[in-house]
Design a protein around this ligand. Structure first.
Ligand SMILES: O=C(O)CCC(=O)C(=O)O
Length: 205
């Protein structure tokens, strides 16, 4: 898909899906680097599948956050310079009973930014794929996890089923969530989160 088409979709829907974003070799390297970090990472009780700040654990992730091929694309989609914020790993754990409730990534007065979410595994409805709600990036929603009124049945909700190496990029104001992994299959993804440089100050999301 051309950059023009991606930008049109991103502006209209608040997200885009980039199939085959990583080559087989790039995907393998990402997988190995992620595995190397996860053992030593701290996990929260509430979200045991989430590891934040991989870029503080392994300089390779810092380099990817700063210079990975997603950075140029996200800068073009936001039409802004980027302030790289963090790299994370999001795992939906097989057999878990809950996922991550509807939320946006924007926080406080920092509204403009974007996240690339790169699938390490196939993600589908059964193992907790991402859901986006088209067009919500144009609403002014609060930054809370558990936004009311959004579900898989919402009119503009889309289940984004992807293959390993595919990526999705969402606006920091686009409502998204994932449901529990009801399968016995893994579902891991790596994210890189960026603020637009024009959104000054605040926390690092
Ligand atoms: O991967 C997931 O399960 C959720 C990802 C997410 O909430 C995010 O990237 O902000």
């Amino acid at each position: 898909m051309s950059l023009e088409q991606l930008k049109r979709d991103f502006d209209r829907d608040g997200y885009v899906v980039v199939r085959g974003f990583l080559s087989r070799e790039e995907l393998e390297e990402l997988r190995i680097r992620a595995e190397g970090c996860l053992g030593e990472a701290r996990r929260s009780e509430e979200y045991p599948g989430v590891v934040k700040n991989l870029n503080r654990i392994d300089p390779w992730f810092e380099d990817q956050l700063q210079r990975g091929k997603q950075a140029e694309l996200i800068s073009a989609l936001l039409e802004d310079d980027l302030e790289p914020a963090s790299a994370g790993c999001f795992e939906r754990i097989p057999g878990e009973t809950s996922g991550i409730k509807p939320h946006i990534d924007a926080s406080g007065h920092r509204r403009k930014g974007a996240t690339v979410w790169i699938a390490l595994d196939r993600a589908d409805r059964e193992n907790g794929c991402l859901f986006y709600v088209k067009g919500t990036h144009r609403q002014d929603l609060p930054s809370v996890v558990g936004l009311e009124g959004f579900s898989a049945e919402s009119e503009e909700a889309v289940a984004v089923e992807v293959e390993p190496g595919d990526a999705t990029i969402h606006n920091s104001r686009t409502v998204h969530w994932s449901e529990a992994n009801r399968s016995q299959r893994p579902r891991q993804a790596i994210t890189y989160f960026y603020w637009a440089a024009s959104t000054a100050g605040g926390t690092d999301g």
